[in-house]
Ligand binder design. Structure first.
Ligand SMILES: [Zn+2]
Length: 321
């Protein structure tokens, strides 16, 4: 019932958007609205000063559970282009965006492209930004969408995209080099939920999440017990917290392993479904990946400079939520 009344409320809001009397998009500014901060960062790199990019979900926000706020609807109404992840990442928001698409707003589901990882029941894993090469393809799609929607600035968009694509290629190389320094039997990443499937496939590190692909369902005790068994048997030295998810399930793992005589430490806080503080290096896509790779490489016994892959990470970084 609650859901139904919410749907009808947003429908009314969407319908009133057809009244274009006070349309803020007529002031000449090209407006891009992105759902996640990862998408917004890429869009900003390409847009430069030629378009205004807004992110709806900020630091520490879980996109699986995110409900659009009234202010978000106003942002979407004013958008010339809506960029969202798709692949059902925005579980509670996809319908709203699809209604805007039907109403004639340009939209792009940036992650809906070939090469996705299959999940059960015909679903795909939405966490594509964890594979830098795949995310670079998404960046290409974002560039195309910007150029189509705002052809006047297309040349500038393409130029900035080319420079950013080169940065992403360099990032991908350095991630590979860092992971390669972790002893092979320790290349196991245990985190709160299954956000790292693409990371695993791209960089050859085994991943285990306490919760499934979405955070919408709770982890069962049985799953927890099975994971503790893996930690103990393989003497895995560290597990990781995610910035957008409560840390209690990961702490339960540490305690469970300790009860069985195996000391596991929390190897750090990883950014899974949201980035770091806006304005910081970790608040960019490249900084987010750098932080994750540097933290896990250090905790699992590999070697990487304390300043990270580009010497830009603060050397005493703790991002505990
Ligand atoms: Zn997720």
């Amino acid at each position: 019932m609650k859901l139904l009344s919410w749907i009808s409320a947003t429908l009314v809001l969407a319908l009133t958007s057809c009244d274009r009397g006070a349309d803020p998009s007529t002031d000449g500014t090209f407006r891009v609205v992105a759902t996640t901060s990862m998408i917004a960062d890429v869009a900003r790199q390409i847009a430069g000063p030629d378009a205004e990019v807004t992110a709806l979900m900020g630091e520490g926000v879980d996109p699986h559970l995110y409900q659009p706020l009234r202010g978000d609807i106003a942002q979407l109404q004013a958008a010339d282009l809506i960029l969202y992840n798709g692949v059902l990442l925005e579980g509670k928001m996809t319908g709203t965006i699809e209604r805007f698409a039907k109403g004639g707003t340009r939209t792009l589901a940036v992650a809906e492209m070939p090469g996705l990882i299959d999940e059960a029941e015909g679903k795909h894993d939405p966490h594509v930004w964890m594979d830098v090469k795949l995310w670079a393809q998404a960046a290409g799609r974002i560039c195309d969408a910007l150029c189509d929607a705002d052809p006047e600035n297309a040349a500038a968009y393409r130029q900035r995209h080319e420079a950013y694509a080169a940065e992403l290629a360099e990032l991908d190389d350095r991630v590979r080099q860092a992971i390669a320094t972790i002893p092979e039997d320790r290349r196991v990443l245990v985190t709160a939920h299954d956000a790292f499937g693409y990371f695993s496939r791209a960089y050859g590190i085994e991943v285990r999440g306490i919760q499934g692909i979405s955070t919408e369902s709770e982890a069962g005790l049985k799953d927890l017990e099975a994971l503790i068994q893996v930690l103990v048997e393989r003497r895995i030295p560290a597990v990781f917290v995610e910035s957008s998810i409560p840390r209690k399930s990961v702490e339960a793992l540490v305690e469970g392993a300790r009860a069985k005589g195996h000391e596991v430490k929390i190897g750090g806080v990883l950014f899974s479904d949201s980035m770091g503080r806006a304005g910081s290096y970790e608040g960019t896509y490249i900084g987010m990946i750098d932080h994750n790779v540097t933290s896990l490489t250090q905790a699992l016994g590999g070697s990487v400079s304390p300043g990270g892959l580009f010497g830009k990470l603060p050397t005493t970084h703790d991002t505990a939520p």
